[in-house]
Design a protein around this ligand. Structure first.
Ligand code: AR6
Length: 171
């Protein structure tokens, strides 16, 4: 069974154990996918994230999914792209691996990621896709309880990049 699936669309529509949110350090909502998730989940999500005291870049915290079809939301904070010499690659890999770790620790089996940091945070899309795919494949080698990971691309450009990169990675 393929453990990685590619999808183009709106991550808030997915009925999975958890969707990952590309949040900011405040965890109090924002634009992009973060705004869409907060709007779709409703006010209770904001109430829960208020109690979490934010999140450092590369780390991840879990909340309920409230009005979303997904049971949980794993909020992670990707790095802002500053040219590539500020540990951006490592921090983006951490955002993926810590989200996977949180999901695994909670016994979750299905997880969906947006293209973290590739919107307003400006991370180059090809580089981000390589990091996302290799981090997930690496995680699968060491842990078995996560059954499926969806990469959810909102835009056609990211979808095309993921199609190519997944082939290259043999995933
Ligand atoms: N479903 C899936 N992907 C989406 C959706 C959606 N509904 N909406 C947008 N995307 P961004 P970042 C894609 O900017 O770069 C927020 O304000 C989008 O096309 O949401 O990590 C936070 O509060 C892009 O490919 O996140 C932070 O301040 C990807 O999601 C900041 O943006 C990520 O774009 C985080 O910036």
């Amino acid at each position: 069974m393929e453990k990685i699936e590619l999808l183009q669309g709106d991550i808030t529509q997915l009925k999975v154990d958890a969707i990952v949110n590309a949040a900011n350090k405040s965890l109090l909502g924002g634009g992009g996918v973060d705004g869409a998730i907060h709007r779709a989940a409703g006010q209770e999500l904001l109430e829960e994230t208020r109690s979490l005291n934010g999140c450092r870049t590369g780390e991840a915290k879990i909340t309920g999914g409230y009005q979303l079809p997904a049971k949980y939301v794993i909020h992670t904070v990707g790095p802002v792209w500053k040219g590539g010499n500020k540990k951006e690659a490592e921090l983006l890999a951490n955002a993926y691996s810590n989200s996977l770790r949180v999901a695994s620790r909670h016994g979750l089996q299905t997880l969906a990621f947006p293209n973290i940091s590739t919107g307003v945070y400006g991370f180059p899309k090809e580089k981000a896709a390589d990091i996302a795919i290799s981090t997930v494949l690496d995680f699968f080698k060491r842990h078995s309880n996560i059954q499926k990971v969806w990469f959810v691309c909102f835009d056609q450009e990211n979808y095309g990049i993921y199609e190519k990169k997944l082939r290259e990675h043999g995933a």
